[in-house]
Structures are given as C-alpha cells and as structure tokens.
Design a protein. Structure first.
Length: 166
C-alpha cells in the first residue's frame, strides 16, 4: 500500500482548496485597488477642472473679458467672445485653458446652470464683474461620481468622490 501512494502524482483536495483560497483573496485585493484608483483618478480630474474654472473666473476679472466653459462630447472647452461680441470661439491665448478631453472611463453625467438642467449648447459664463451663474457639474466613472459646484461669487469647489452602489 505504501508503494502505491508513492507512485500517484497530483494534488490533494486540501492543496487545491488552499490555492483557490489564496487566489480569491488576491483577486479581491486587486479589485478593491482598481476601484480605489478609479475614485482617485476621478478626484484628480475633477480637482483639475475646478482649478481651471477658478483660473477662468480670475482671468475674466483681470482681463475685463468674459470667458465661457462648455462641455463637449469627450471633455470640455473654454471660449472667448469674438470681436463682434456675438459669437464664441475657443480661447487661444492661455495654454492652461485649452480644450481638454476626459479619460475614456469618465463623462459629464449632469450639469445645472443657474438651477436649470443644462443642454449640450449651454455654457458657464465667467463675467468680468465676478458675478457668475451658480452651477453644478457631475463627473462620473463606472463606479464613482463627483460633483463640482460654483456659486454666484465665483467660488468653485469639488467634493470627494462617492462610490456608486450597484
């Protein structure tokens, strides 16, 4: 009988269960880290947008010319009035306020300007007077969302990312 056991090759049930347990623990850690990285990425992108909006508001006040922010399909753009005062064009003279794309897994899910739902043509206009419309923008990824708000006096705040419950 002892000779028979020495010739068998393979794994015992206990060995297989131990390996499966270790693999499931590792998979759980990787999944948790991925969700955390996604929230951090969303937080960074929203913080960058909030800083750019503050910069646009400050620039409008210092130059005496309005600057607008508008969502695009893949991201957002900052605009300035043309010489005719009727049409908006992409801002050219400030490399910080260039058109930007959101990462692939992020999108602008909702926007309200002056308390009303915004459509794709609506803009947040930063006035040279410093009095701006209140707004809130929600950035969303697959597992998290974050809201950026702006008040009438130009204060722009980004709130911590919140996990989306399935």
């Amino acid at each position: 009988m002892a000779n028979w056991r020495q010739n068998i090759k393979g794994f015992t049930l206990i060995e297989v269960l131990v390996v499966l347990t270790i693999m499931s623990i590792m998979l759980g850690l990787v999944t948790a880290n991925f969700a955390m990285d996604e929230r951090q990425s969303l937080q960074q992108e929203a913080h960058k947008l909030a800083l750019l909006m503050r910069h646009a508001s400050d620039t409008a006040r210092t130059t005496g010319k309005p600057i607008a922010w508008q969502a695009t399909k893949q991201g957002y753009i900052f605009l300035q009035l043309e010489a005719d005062g009727q049409h908006w064009k992409p801002l050219q003279n400030d490399s910080n306020l260039r058109p930007r794309e959101l990462p692939e897994n992020m999108r602008l899910s909702t926007a309200h300007i002056a308390g009303l739902p915004a459509n794709s043509n609506d803009m947040v206009i930063f006035s040279p007077s410093g009095l701006n419309p209140a707004f809130d923008l929600t950035l969303q990824s697959e597992h998290a969302r974050l809201t950026i708000t702006g008040d009438l006096l130009g204060k722009v705040v980004d709130f911590p990312a919140q996990e989306i419950k399935p």
